[in-house]
Write a protein that binds this ligand. Structure first.
Ligand code: ADP
Ligand code: MG
Length: 785
């Protein structure tokens, strides 16, 4: 290779590439020795995502012999290594075994150099034609390897590992695996994993786990210790699944599963391992949910069965006809409430579909039967909003709404009184409200969950309604005792109450029966008549000015209000997304200098946040610049425009919920989505939001997809192949091994759980000891609360 073919001057390596101590025993054939900067930083984030906060559900093994022991019990792990593992949150043998690879490098699937796509993670094989060491611009040392196959040549670069130069001999054949990037117009694979090819030119065919890492901890280090833990401890793992179940569901044993995920011979073996552990996770959750459901059916509460009189009066007093879905929801709930088995129902429906009136009907039925009810919202603003909108619905039916001691006094002796209780009220008002609630003068108490839960007793309470629980994950549900729905009143052995949870978070049908296995489920899909669809446009970054001009026109000329949403609170160097704080400053001093702007983001003190929201609510602020915190239930009918900047960074459900903040009044509304990047899937999401689909039942014959349809589309887009890809964090997903898109395993777990519980509802049979143990983390999570 002549001078003319000299490698391009390497650009400064990524700042995050740190020198790596050379491995003490250096084996060329061992993949995973070269630590790439990529695998070192990204996984840190994966790791935070994968490790949910307490209670941890995955370590089901801590009570097995030896597995709760310190990592130093593993051969080859001394105090120093233990300290490094601790940085990954790995303290016990159990932690080490449950450190799940976030992906695998597959040397058996190779790509011809001519077919390389930049940006993709891939493996190539070829002959080494040149090796040279150089010093990069920033003084970093780099080893360049030129690799050739029948179709072309590719450069590999290794930073700060000068000792590697000796490992590559020109003429030898290797496989290299990593991401290819364009540097100075040439394709370069930076810091690849690699291995020598066999004599016959084949790769080892193995797949190699890639673990979540953190600063100063290498793949090689983690791989070695995890594998050592597996060989030493896997056989002690025991197996909670009875033999008949393993056979029937074709599942491998637990020890085999751990071997399969950490030391797989091939992809098929790895998949068997994951399937087994996924099944176990799902079964544990299903057993627990379904046990609770059965237990709830055994409990008794007040039957709210004073007849239909009050309810019919209320329904007749409504200013508009109910939608069919609303009517069905009201009747379903009415039937639940009229019997002594406590209701536990989730009411799901897009923002604006009209869930409030359904709640109001339940409150009416409860009051008619002489019982009290609490309605709780996540924030003070929402609680106040509820009192207002419930008041508007209930006052024509003879209710009084009270917000202060004075109003309470005026309502004295009145039968149907609804009171507000939130932290921001004057102390005297709060005290009066609590006393009236305890004495029975207030029949329905509306407030924030925190305040009501902690400070009030409603002696005659028979119903609890919790609104907008869409940030409520399975994890949190697991930590709440008694009520899978999070209603506080059912804790412990106290009297049960009927419980209704309302949410705008759509749960795909394929998942609803799995993740709400402990709840009954009602869905409102129809929107009230006469709603104008929210026009939705997808704009390129260079059309931002157009979006600003449109906002100005609506705000200035029409007197409307607008939201501008940014995905992050602070600018992160890795993410180009425009941060709300920065953009707010820019917009305020430049683009919209003459308009009244307000800013809201999650890291603001709550009081400031509420003040900004209130200003927007009152119309004092014309434009609200915000992160996603406005997602939750704000209702400002005069807000007709929403600009979402960096829309590619949001999930489909979230975009949909954000969009639902506009289109709440009689005027036509517009949602502008600006993307500046994002891959195929992100763009497919945006398209799903903007496309209109045929629907003969609405004016014009087409409509936007509703929340449920979008959620289902989202699940499809994520696809069944997403074993190791980005996972949807949060709401539904507390798992390490299970995938939401794996509906087959989900269904199997549901089926098995029901069958086992039919036979042995308490899991008391000694044959089911292992299964009972699978539910223990949930029970313990519940008990801790
Ligand atoms: P959600 O809580 O489900 O987001 P709301 O209960 O706040 O929705 O209702 C949104 C708006 O629609 C409210 O202004 C309400 O008065 C109105 N609304 C509800 N049901 C109907 C209906 N059947 N017909 C017309 N308007 C309705
Ligand atoms: Mg609502």
């Amino acid at each position: 290779v002549g001078r003319g073919d000299a490698p391009p001057a390497p650009p400064a390596p990524p700042a995050r590439a740190r020198p790596e101590a050379p491995p003490t025993t250096h084996s060329v054939a061992q993949p995973g020795t070269a630590a790439s900067p990529k695998t070192r930083t990204n996984p840190t984030r994966t790791e935070t995502r994968r490790k949910p906060a307490a209670p941890r559900l995955a370590p089901l093994l801590a009570d097995d012999p030896g597995l709760g022991a310190s990592v130093t019990a593993v051969r080859g792990v001394g105090e120093k290594a233990a300290a490094r593992l601790a940085r990954l949150g790995l303290h016990t043998v159990d932690d080490l075994l449950n450190h799940v690879p976030h992906r695998y490098r597959d040397y058996s699937e190779t790509v011809a150099i001519a077919d390389i796509e930049t940006g993709r993670d891939l493996t190539v094989t070829g002959r080494v034609v040149d090796v040279r060491s150089a010093r990069g611009k920033a003084g970093k040392q780099v080893v360049w390897v030129l690799l050739e196959d029948a179709t072309g040549r590719l450069r590999l670069s290794f930073f700060n590992q000068p000792y590697l130069a000796k490992s590559f001999r020109p003429g030898s054949r290797i496989a290299a695996s990593g991401k290819v990037e364009q540097w100075g117009g040439r394709a370069v694979m930076n810091g690849p994993e690699w291995e020598k090819l066999n004599a016959d030119g084949s790769t080892s065919g193995r797949i190699v786990p890639i673990y979540p890492l953190t600063e100063g901890v290498t793949q090689r280090f983690v791989l070695r210790h995890v594998q050592s833990a597996v060989s030493q401890f896997a056989d002690l793992l025991g197996d909670p699944l009875p033999v008949w179940l393993r056979e029937e569901e074709s599942l491998c044993t637990r020890p085999d599963a751990y071997r399969a995920i950490h030391t797989p011979q091939d992809a098929a073996e790895r998949d068997r391992g994951f399937r087994r552990l996924a099944f176990e996770e799902l079964l544990g959750l299903q057993l627990w949910f379904r046990q609770k459901r059965r237990a709830r059916r055994e409990r008794r509460t007040q039957a709210l069965d004073a007849g239909r009189g009050a309810m019919d009066l209320f329904l007749h007093s409504l200013p508009w006809p109910l939608t069919e879905d609303q009517r069905a929801a009201i009747e379903e709930i009415a039937a639940d409430l009229s019997v002594a088995t406590p209701m536990s129902r989730l009411l799901q429906g897009d923002v604006g579909c009209g869930k409030t009136v359904v709640a109001a009907a339940a409150l009416v039925q409860c009051a008619a039967a002489g019982a009290q009810a609490a309605l709780m919202a996540p924030t003070e603003i929402l609680a106040r909003q509820h009192v207002q909108s419930l008041g508007a619905l209930l006052e024509p039916a003879g209710w009084r709404t009270v917000r202060s001691a004075e109003e309470l006094a005026l309502a004295a002796g009145h039968e149907r009184v609804m009171g507000l209780l939130v932290g921001g009220m004057r102390d005297a008002d709060k005290i009066a409200m609590r006393e009236a609630a305890a004495a029975g003068g207030v029949r329905v108490l509306v407030g924030t969950q925190a305040v009501i839960q902690e400070t009030v007793a409603l002696p005659e309470q028979a119903l609890s309604i919790v609104d907008e629980q869409h940030r409520f994950g399975v994890m949190q549900r697991a930590t709440l005792d008694g009520a899978a729905d999070g209603s506080p009143v059912q804790q412990g052995e106290g009297p049960a109450v009927h419980s209704l949870v309302m949410t705008a978070t759509p749960i795909p049908r394929t998942l609803a029966h799995v993740f709400n296995a402990d709840l009954d489920h009602t869905v409102i899909e129809q929107m009230p008549r006469g709603r104008r669809p929210i026009e939705t446009e997808w704009l390129a970054p260079d059309q931002r000015e157009r979006a600003y001009a449109y906002i100005r026109k609506r705000v200035d000329e029409e007197g409307d209000q607008a939201y501008i949403i940014y995905p992050l609170v602070e600018t992160s160097e890795h993410v180009e997304a425009r941060a709300a704080v920065e953009e707010y400053e820019r917009l305020r001093s430049d683009t919209f200098a003459d308009l009244r702007l307000a800013l809201v983001h999650g890291r603001m003190p709550p009081a400031e946040k509420e003040a900004a929201m209130a200003a927007f609510h009152a119309g004092d602020a014309q434009v609200l610049v915000s992160t996603t915190v406005v997602e939750v239930g704000v209702d400002v009918p005069n807000a007709t425009v929403m600009l979402i900047d960096g829309a590619e960074r949001f999930g489909l459900a979230q975009l949909h919920q954000l969009r639902g903040r506009v289109g709440r009044g009689s005027k036509a509304s517009m949602c502008l989505l600006v993307t500046s990047g994002g891959g195929k899937v992100a763009h497919a999401r945006i398209r799903a939001l903007t496309e209109r689909i045929p629907d003969a039942t609405v004016e014009g014959g087409t409509r936007l997809r509703n929340g449920l349809e979008l959620a289902e589309r989202d699940l499809e887009l994520r696809g069944p192949g997403e074993y190791f890809g980005t996972r949807q964090s949060g709401v539904l997903d507390p798992f390490r091994f299970a995938r939401l898109s794996d509906t087959k395993t989900l269904a199997a777990a549901v089926r098995v759980a029901e069958r086992v519980l039919d036979e042995d509802p308490q899991l008391k049979d000694s044959r089911h000891g292992g299964l009972a143990r699978l539910t223990r983390p949930y029970h313990e999570g519940a008990a801790r609360k």
